[in-house]
Design a protein around this ligand. Structure first.
Ligand code: ZN
Length: 214
């Protein structure tokens, strides 16, 4: 038996979540935790527990598989996310997306602002919205500020697909899902994207489905 969730500290909730070991269950859209702003991280977990939590987020992201995972996606309302993209796939698609490898990073209390007016629109998906993708126009280049898991300052400019990943994960920490920023007419199943919309860019999908691109 365990104490009820509302009476447990965040550290106790993380301890309980990690106890079984292995990848963590991913929370799906419809859960309130995905729709609230996460608490800024300010030492709620001690260093050892934070390290174990980050390792579990990374393992869960790899197992899914995905290129980013935010703490609210495993039910923990803390402003922490992990990102990592090995950028494998057809060369033409990688080039069109500016999809370059993004080494493993921990983002603590991240915030971003656009570095320029340019936007890029591509299909993206989310581990909390399984089975679906939609087109999101995002800043092509952002400046990301925050800390890493050791409290060191992050102040870095991201472009291309890595910029998309850090925007998607930072948005999670503010209670925003990518669907909030996608034209609903672009919503497509993974099967439909694979069958019809695997082109490097979404122009054909925009024409056929009837949504605007920037
Ligand atoms: Zn997501």
């Amino acid at each position: 038996m365990t104490a009820s969730g509302t009476h447990m500290s965040l550290a106790e909730r993380v301890e309980e979540l990690l106890a079984p070991g292995g990848p963590l269950p991913i929370v799906a859209a419809g859960a309130a935790v995905l729709r609230r702003a996460a608490e800024p991280y300010d030492g709620q977990l001690d260093d050892a527990l934070l390290d174990r939590f980050v390792a579990a987020l990374r393992e869960t992201m790899h197992a899914a598989p995905g290129v980013g995972l935010a703490a609210p996606q495993v039910g923990i309302p803390l402003s922490i996310a992990v990102v990592e993209d090995r950028a494998r796939g057809p060369k033409e698609a990688l080039e069109a997306r500016g999809r370059t490898p993004l080494p493993f990073r921990v983002l603590v209390n991240p915030a971003y602002e656009p570095e320029c007016d340019a936007r890029a629109a591509f299909f993206e998906g989310c581990l909390s919205v399984p089975g679906w993708q939609a087109v999101v126009a995002r800043h092509a280049q952002v400046r990301l500020c925050g800390q890493d898991e050791r409290g060191h300052t992050i102040d870095e400019v991201f472009t291309g697909w890595p910029a998309r990943i850090v925007q998607h994960e930072t948005d999670h920490l503010g209670g925003t899902l990518y669907l909030d920023k996608a034209p609903s007419r672009s919503l497509s199943t993974n099967e439909a994207v694979a069958e019809h919309w695997s082109q490097p860019t979404p122009e054909a999908a925009a024409r056929a489905l009837g949504f605007d691109l920037p």
